[in-house]
Structures are given as structure tokens and as C-alpha cells.
Design a protein around this ligand. Sequence first.
Ligand SMILES: *Cc1c(COP(=O)(O)O)cnc(C)c1O
Length: 360
Amino acid sequence: MSRAAKITVDLDAIRHNFRLARSLQPAANAAAIIKANGYGHGAVEVAKALESEADAFGVACIEEGVELVEAGISKPVLLLEGFFEASELEYISDNGMWSAVHSLEQIDQIAAAQLSQPINVWLKMDSGMHRLGVNPQDYQEAYKRLKALDNVADVILMSHFSSADELDKSVTAEQIEVFNAATADIDAPASLANSAGTLAWEDARRDWLRPGLMLYGATPFPDAQDNADKLIPAMTLTSEVIAVRDVPVGESVGYACTWTADKPSRVGTVALGYADGYPRHAETGTPVWINGQRSRIIGRVSMDMLAIDLTDLPEAGVGTEVEFWGKHITAAEVAPYCGTIPYTLFTGITRRVHKHYINR
Ligand SMILES: *Cc1c(COP(=O)(O)O)cnc(C)c1O
């Protein structure tokens, strides 16, 4: 007995997508990015599904790393944003975690720490995104300082793209140029590519790939792209119709009466709302999948419910399953109807939605 709103996570799809990333640069290592609870898919489950294949896992903060360590994940866990406080360094070192370093102050903190074993550091360069990272002109010096520390083992050179999903812009090529120029005299492994970089920018595929979104089967690109088109969606969000009514012409449905029937309509109420993570901004017309057919959301999404058009689906009734995104209608297709991107759809799913895993 439980609410019908659920996500089904296909772990085979995640493995397929990981292998696709790796196939684009077979000689490279790949860190599977599973921050934010594996983009809402469950970090520990995703890590277990990829543990024999991924070379490392990337998370955003120490709490996310602790969860993996405590679940017994033995592959290295990389803190993509580095440590926030020097007090985290002891745990990082004791548990063989890796950390990004994005500022010169962090180098001082590593130098001053008492560590049980040296840590691997990913030295981040700000190559143009201007969010995190050491400036290109300070980079070589920062690298030398890190290499000279007893507390540091390997140093991986790293940067991050602002616009790799925009294939017609020159920003990514410019960032790569800045990175290449500032690292020309450094002999160390490098890592540039997120999903969009991995899929579409050959120059970005270096010694370590960092695929995130693509592992979950969503394309980062607004349009078709040869490699991205081979991804398999891993998350399916479904719920069930809990009520059906006939709505005559001129009557409205939902809060604020934003949708009004212009022909005799059959409307289903589904147990899924914005408190489950389905976006309140999804507009009338947002596609859904029912009984092998497309239909659409109508009216405003409520906290716990929403309405769909069943006028052309006479067999659908109470108990009929509705897919909101998954293998038939992708999260990337739904996202523009809500003014967002698949990243927020996945990470927005709340605790109330049951998670089921298939193909463990
Ligand atoms: C989140 C993140 C990634 C993965 O990005 P996607 O676009 O999801 O592939 C890679 N690198 C860093 C530093 C990140 O923070």
C-alpha cells in the first residue's frame, strides 16, 4: 500500500551510458559524477552499479563523499568543489578521497595539515567560466607548490566549461586554448570534459572524463547530436490516474482556472504534484505518455496532483499509469515546457517519491 508516484531507475541504462562516455576516449579514465544523490537517481545505487567500471566518483561535498565511504564504495571519491574547511582534510586523507583545489589559500591549508597519507589533488583552473579556480597566470606556480608538498600525491590538472552544450559558440574552444597555454610546461594528467565536453568536443577529451548528466541518459544539447542520441534514459517518473471527470465546454480545471475546455473533454487527475518534484511551471501542453500514446498536462500543477487530457484516451481510467518522463518522453523534451533543463527535473524529485531499481 503506497502512493503511486514513483521513479524507476534502470541501472543497465546507466552502465550503457557510462560505456558510451568511455568509448569516446577509450584510453582515458572516467570519474562518474554522482553529486546531488546521483542527480536524484540514488548515489549509492548508481555507485554500486558502476563500481567495477568507473575509475572514480565525483561528488560536490564531504557529506556526499561520507555517504559513499560508509556504503563501502571502494573507488576513490573526488570532491569537485574541494574542501570547504581545512578540518575536512583529515577525513579526506584517512579515507583515500581526492579533492579539487581551486584557490591558493587551500594550498596553504593542505601544507599546514597533519595527514595520515598524502592526497590526490585536482588543481582547478579558471579558464573563463569565472566561478571557481586558480587564475591561469598563477597556475604553474600553484602546481609547483602542490607537487612540493609531502601531503600531496598526484596532481591532476582540471578546468570546467561554461558553454560546452552550445555547439555553435566559440567559448569552449577559447577555454581549451587558455588551459593549454597555461599548462604547456606541466607534465601531468588533465581533465576538462563534463558530459557535453565528452560528447561533442574532441579536444576536451583528455586523461580523465567527468560525465554527469549523460550517465542518466539525458542530452545536454537542445538539438539532436550523434553521440547524445545514443543515450538511454535511466529514470522513469510515473504515477496513476486517481479520478476522471467529464468537463463541459466553458468549464475550467485547476487553480486559477488557467485552462478552459473548448470542446467536451475528459480529464484525469493524477497523484503527482510539485511537492513530488514535478515542476509547477509545467505549462498546459507539457507532454505525458499514457497507454502507448501521447497526451498532455492541462491547467496548473498543484502540490499533490495535476490534470491530464484523456479526451482521446477512452480506455484510460482510474488506475491507469502515466509516464511523465522516461524512455518515451525524455526529461530533455519536458524541460523546455517548464523553462528549465533536465538537471533540475532529476534533482528536484523529492523524498516522497518511491525509488525502484531495475537491472541491478
Ligand atoms: C557537475 C560537474 C560535472 C558533470 O557535469 P555534467 O554536465 O552533468 O556532465 C563535471 N565536472 C564538474 C566540476 C562538475 O561540477
